[in-house]
Design a protein around this ligand. Structure first.
Ligand code: ZN
Length: 362
């Protein structure tokens, strides 16, 4: 992902920090400095924030490692200012598994809070849990409260919070995945409205959260509908089979010619049948402006390829296509490029399919 730095690797999963996260670090440091006018206070504020984000990483690892038990890999974990996101390869289909994966995150925070409670009890007797004035409490007491807050906040029954997935999983035990998602999305949008209204009168941050919840609910419902439309279909039904390719030493001028001559935007780069990368339109534009039309394609192509097989189930690869680093997902059969999948062509495919279904009355 652009604008994010790799912090390290835990249990085989890369952890990234998004650049916007620094804004919140600076903001907390500034706020503490303004309030207390001491460097120690500013540093403590920043240190506390880093401790919180450590807990967020553990929360995301809770999801990722539970998913791994069901054979689902996690691409990476990225820390954003509003929290962490573990990008699972796919979400579990079985409601019971989705429930376990979703609830694992909040459970980690509850476990951390429990450990802190035990630690504080051992150190100084029963810990004083601060009520309203978080800022005056000692570091570990604050961290305990924050973990309880993280658990409760994530258990709110609204996408994209874990509670939304938990609700969907519970609803899906007796209903279809799509119907359960629609119902959970409606609950989420209802909550977004309440957050938004409350936020107008109390805390503007709530309006911000309401916005995310509203968008999250909509995209979740759209994704579920897409997956339902793709159910039971192989990749080969939707893939683009009529496309142009480039050689690694073809100049960017060749890609310009092909772009102008047709509608294809990204071009696979092949050397003697072997797929090396994909030259996206954004790569082409960047290459042209920095090195001119004679630069070879291989210097600018995207190499973080994710490929699929023609017989892979379309509903399971749809999410990966939406998030693919190279935008276009090559379809390989025995190492030979036979097709391409792009977010646009999946969108077209859905429209065509639903039009066809309308025509045949089913
Ligand atoms: Zn979570």
């Amino acid at each position: 992902m652009k604008w994010s730095w790799r912090l390290g690797r835990v249990a085989g999963i890369d952890i990234y920090l998004h650049a916007t996260f620094l804004i919140i670090v600076a903001w907390v440091g500034m706020a503490q400095w303004m309030a207390e006018h001491s460097l120690a206070a500013a540093l403590e504020g920043v240190l506390f924030l880093l401790a919180i984000f450590g807990c967020v990483v553990l929360h995301e690892l809770g999801h990722a490692l539970t998913a791994r038990r069901y054979g689902i890999r996690t691409r990476d974990i990225t820390l954003w200012p509003i929290g962490g996101v573990a990008r699972l390869e796919r979400f579990p289909e079985l409601p019971r598994q989705e429930l376990a994966v979703a609830i694992a995150g909040p459970l980690v925070n509850i476990a951390i809070a429990g450990l802190l409670w035990a630690l504080l009890s051992a150190l100084e007797g029963a810990p004083e849990v601060p009520e309203a004035n978080l800022t005056n409490a000692p570091f570990l007491d604050q961290l305990l409260v924050v973990n309880l807050f993280l658990a409760l906040f994530n258990l709110l029954p609204a996408f994209p919070m874990d509670g939304g997935r938990i609700l969907r999983a519970l609803l899906a035990i007796r209903r279809s995945h799509v119907r359960a998602t629609e119902m959970a999305a409606q609950v989420g949008q209802g909550m977004a409205l309440i957050f938004g209204l409350l936020g107008l009168f109390t805390n503007p941050f709530l309006v911000f959260i309401a916005f995310f919840v509203w968008i999250g609910a909509r995209s979740e419902a759209a994704m579920a509908q897409m997956q339902a439309a793709f159910r039971g279909m192989p990749v080969s039904r939707a893939m683009i089979t009529d496309f142009q390719v480039l050689g690694p030493r073809d100049p960017l001028a060749r890609a310009v010619e092909l772009t102008l001559a047709g509608t294809q935007m990204d071009f696979p780069v092949l050397e003697a049948q072997r797929l090396l990368g994909v030259l996206r339109q954004t790569d082409l534009l960047k290459g042209l402006s920095q090195q001119g039309p004679e630069a070879p394609s291989e210097g600018w192509m995207c190499r973080q390829l994710e490929t699929v097989h023609p017989s892979d189930p379309l509903d399971q690869v749809a999410a990966a296509v939406q998030q693919a680093a190279c935008r276009t997902v090559p379809v390989l059969q025995d190492g030979v490029l036979v097709g391409l999948l792009t977010p646009q062509n999946l969108g077209e495919f859905i429209q065509l399919e639903s039009a066809l279904r309308g025509a045949t009355g089913g």
